[in-house]
Design a protein around this ligand. Structure first.
Ligand code: FAD
Length: 371
């Protein structure tokens, strides 16, 4: 289908130093510059849980010719240039699947007639039932929060690139593991809610809701699992600068004008701040990293709450000056829901991070096997 296929491959030269310091980056083409076939070949196509339209292959590079990219032994460093963009893009994939799952669930909930209205007693579409509403609101509010955080992070990356702004670069680097980890974990949750809204029709294949769930499942794994994102967040982005970037961001969050989720947001800011102090003061790496994923989730929920609060405050300010009243009212109501159903989890997650590490490591490996 293409004239040539070029693989970027990490590998070692024969005398390379041990460990990651000895990794180089190579270009390995299917056809060499003189037109001859290289020996690189596809050994098999993987059978996967989802993303069936993307053929993941096992490649064999037996005696294949590769050309070093840049300098030898700097491969990992080069890969990380790609990695930040790739991690951000996978986070956005989580947002996109969540949005698609929401749209499909909403359409289904509006047309599926079942059960009686709790007040009027007549048969209604399921969107009238409070629990279906709750699921749709969870899907809608979290998707909006994730999208807004991804955009703000992308804008910071652009500003950092154009203006060489260290402040924006630091903010983007702080948020990239959050966009990747939180938006993909929540993307799966939203896709799963989409199946639930469809009931049995979601579990059987006809509606397509199950495909979003299957496709979303890889997003918390490739380009680094959520565990790895959380270690990056806690180790490289929080501990290494003594929590400076995180605290500077929390100060910004505190400046959002008063709005419908101010109380929950203030509690969320306090929760993140307590965790940052805990992480920076910790002398026990096992305790610090035991809470890394709950901390990543806390960061996502609070950063998403920050965006929802900004949206609500702007909507409130413009409410009387626009023809788009219904849209702005929906923004405010969605933000309020996010505060009452999502952001309220922040203090609990703080307790898990700060007080819950001992129980994570409490069992011996033998005790896992005890009946
Ligand atoms: C469909 C698909 C496409 C892919 N495409 C590419 C590609 O194009 N290029 C490419 O290079 N790779 C690709 N990969 C590989 C992918 O990036 C890895 O599978 C992924 O990074 C996870 O690594 P792993 O499979 O080695 O899991 P492991 O590292 O074995 O992880 C297993 C578990 O252990 C945890 N874990 C591992 N180390 C630690 C640690 N130090 N601390 C705490 N927890 C830890 C992980 O979080 C995970 O829960 C692809 C994978 C899939 C499934």
């Amino acid at each position: 289908m293409a004239e040539n296929i070029v693989h970027l491959v990490l590998a070692r030269t024969p005398d390379a130093p041990e460990g990651v310091k000895g990794i180089s980056l190579f270009v390995v083409p299917k056809f060499l510059a003189d037109g001859k076939r290289n020996t690189a070949r596809c050994a098999s196509i993987e059978h996967k849980l989802g993303i069936h339209a993307s053929p993941t292959a096992v490649m064999v590079y037996d005696k294949a010719v590769g050309y070093v990219v840049g300098e030898e032994n700097r491969g990992l460093e080069y890969m990380f240039i790609m990695m930040n963009a790739a991690r951000f893009a996978v986070g956005l994939e989580g947002v996109a699947i969540a949005e698609r799952a929401f749209q499909r669930a909403l359409a289904y909930a509006r047309e599926r007639m079942l059960g009686r209205d709790l007040v009027e007693g007549k048969t209604v579409p399921i969107i009238r039932h409070p629990d279906v509403r709750r699921m749709l609101m969870l899907m809608k509010s979290q998707t909006e929060a994730m999208r807004a955080l991804a955009y703000v992070t992308a804008a910071a990356l652009d500003i950092a690139h154009k203006l060489k702004s260290e402040k924006h670069q630091a903010f983007a680097e702080l948020m990239i593991p959050v966009v990747k980890g939180w938006s993909t974990e929540t993307g799966i949750e939203v896709a799963s809610l989409g199946v639930q809204v469809h009931g049995g029709m979601g579990f059987v294949e006809e509606t397509g809701a199950a495909q979003y769930l299957r496709d979303a499942r890889i997003t918390t794994i490739y380009e680094g699992t959520t565990g790895i994102q959380a270690m990056d967040l806690v180790g490289r982005k929080i501990s290494r600068d003594g929590g400076r970037t995180a605290k500077a961001w929390l100060e910004e969050v505190g400046k959002v004008p008063s709005n419908v989720l101010s109380a929950q947001l203030a509690a969320g800011v306090q929760a993140v701040s307590d965790c940052v102090d805990f992480i920076c003061g910790s002398k026990d790496p096992l305790a610090t990293f035991a809470g890394a994923v709950p901390f990543l989730k806390l960061m996502g929920i609070v950063a998403g709450g920050w965006q929802m609060a900004r949206a609500a405050a702007i909507a409130q300010k413009n409410l009387s000056m626009t023809k788009d009243k219904a849209f702005l009212e929906a923004k405010i109501a969605t933000a309020k829901f996010y505060g009452e159903h999502v952001l309220v989890q922040a203090p609990g997650l703080r307790d898990t991070v700060v007080k819950g590490s001992a129980s994570v490591m409490a069992l011996s490996e033998e005790q896992f096997l005890a009946a």
